[in-house]
Design a protein around this ligand. Structure first.
Ligand code: ADP
Length: 449
């Protein structure tokens, strides 16, 4: 700051020195005249610089401060520095604000800023999707007038910031929302609306699943428990009678065992760290084994045939593919009345490979078909139980096929029969595999077992 004074004091000292010299040489009139002249020059210069400053101040953002020398130059230079610093911090602020706006627009949750009167200050695009609010149209509106549901008004009045309100979206009843109020600043609030539809669906599925499993286990457990009590209370029961009870208990125990096995298979297939182990599966050999299995399940009640039109091998997990196709075969036997026909086929079509199981059984009405792969979904519950079904077979099939990038197609005509086709994509097929690498099917089966 001292630097500021040196120059003007230097100039003043020089002027006074010249005035003194003039006084001594030409008298006081000349000295005073000189001083008056200098004074007039300083005033005019100052007026000019003040004019330039005031002109600049009219529009300081658009143009740089004026140029000058001396003290005024120093002042203008400082003003310019100040202006640059301000511009830099304003641009930093604008960038930060823009980033915030972009982030807020990208946030999947609805976010609404309310002022201390509960008027909308700002809201992001997601709040339009969930609550029908629009930042431009609704700015300054009272949120109570726009969202009038009684439970929302109660929630606002309660101002309990630890509470969440679960409700349906006012513009789409299919969407469930969780609303939360977060206080900030002076009397401001952030209203956050989160889409919890998927969470609620998963929760409902979990509840249904537990209810279904309990229901499935309750019947056999009640039956086995009843027989055990009867046998305990009547030790002198005739041997033939107790034999019948033991057989029934064994039946129900096996049913529970099958249910638990299927549940474990499903849970293994669903677990994230259960990755797919690829091997080469000789489908023709597998189809022969499945045919033998069908014949043994059918015990001569059906005609079972095989149509092998493709020699392609499958890249996939033998155990899983065997279990999926085995389920289709066992269903065909279980849902086809005596004397019916079952055809297992392996063929290629448009680059894909299809393993199909066709039966001449009871068939399925069209409305049931899309739901057959849901867990525990059965067209006829008692028919499924009578034949030893768990209601999980097709759910397992769907999981296995999805893991192999394959899909299940079901065609059925009630009263005539059904065709279940597992369709594998081209990249899962291998023609003429290198013989050295292949383990023959029965040995692999033993190894897997
Ligand atoms: P389940 O153990 O009951 O057979 P699945 O998941 O294997 O369970 O099959 C679900 C339902 O699909 C069965 O209960 C049955 O109603 C129907 N279904 C499956 N396969 C056939 C078929 N080949 N013919 C007729 N209905 C079938």
């Amino acid at each position: 700051m001292m630097g500021f004074w040196w120059r003007p004091l230097g100039v003043l000292a020089s002027v006074l020195l010249v005035a003194l010299i003039l006084w001594a040489s030409s008298g006081w009139v000349a000295a005073l005249g000189f001083l008056a002249g200098v004074q007039a020059f300083v005033m005019l210069r100052r007026l000019w610089q003040e004019f330039r400053l005031s002109r600049w101040l009219e529009n300081p953002d658009e143009v740089d401060p004026p140029d000058a020398t001396g003290t005024w130059g120093d002042i203008f230079y400082r003003l310019q520095k100040l202006q640059r610093r301000q511009r830099a911090s304003r641009s930093e602020l604008t960038t930060a604000l823009e980033q915030f706006e972009h982030a807020a627009q990208a946030v999947p949750d609805g976010m609404i800023i309310l002022n201390d009167n509960e008027q909308i200050d700002w809201c992001n695009p997601a709040s339009r999707t969930y609550l029908g609010l629009d930042s431009d149209r609704d700015r300054g509106q009272f949120v109570r007038y726009l969202l009038r549901q009684a439970h929302f008004l109660e929630f606002l009045d309660a101002a309990d910031y630890s509470r969440r309100l679960v409700c349906k979206s006012p513009i789409n009843r299919e969407v469930s929302l969780s609303l939360q109020l977060v206080p900030f600043g002076e009397g401001k609030k952030l209203l956050v609306a989160r889409d919890i539809t998927e969470l609620e669906r998963v929760d409902a599925m979990r509840r249904d699943f537990i209810a279904n499993v309990s229901h499935e286990l309750r019947t056999p457990l009640t039956v086995v428990g009843g027989f055990v009590e009867t046998l305990a209370d009547a030790p002198d029961l005739p041997a033939s009678e107790s034999r019948r009870y033991f057989d029934l208990m064994l039946d129900h125990t096996r049913r529970m065992q099958r249910l638990l096995d299927d549940l474990l298979t499903l849970s293994r297939l669903e677990s994230a760290d259960h990755s797919l182990k690829d091997e080469l599966v000789n489908v023709q050999e597998l189809a022969q084994a499945l045919k033998a299995e069908a014949e043994s399940l059918s015990r001569g009640r059906h005609r079972v045939s095989l149509q092998l039109d493709s020699g392609a091998w499958l890249k996939g997990n033998l155990q899983e593919i065997r279990s999926a196709l085995g389920n289709l075969v066992s269903n065909a036997v279980r849902y086809t009345p005596e004397g019916g026909e079952i055809i297992l086929a392996w063929r290629e079509c448009d680059g894909e490979a299809v393993f199909s199981v066709t039966d001449s059984g009871e068939g399925i009405a069209a409305e049931h078909i899309p739901r057959l792969t849901e867990r525990f979904y059965r067209v006829d519950r008692s028919r499924s139980r009578e034949t030893g079904g768990t209601g999980l077979g097709l759910a397992i099939v769907k999981h296995v096929l999805t893991r192999h990038g394959a899909r299940l197609e079901i065609q059925s005509i009630p009263g005539k029969g059904s065709t279940f086709s597992a369709i594998f994509p081209a990249q899962r097929l291998q023609h003429a595999p290198e013989s050295g690498k292949i383990i023959p099917f029965p040995e692999r089966e033993q190894a897997a077992g």
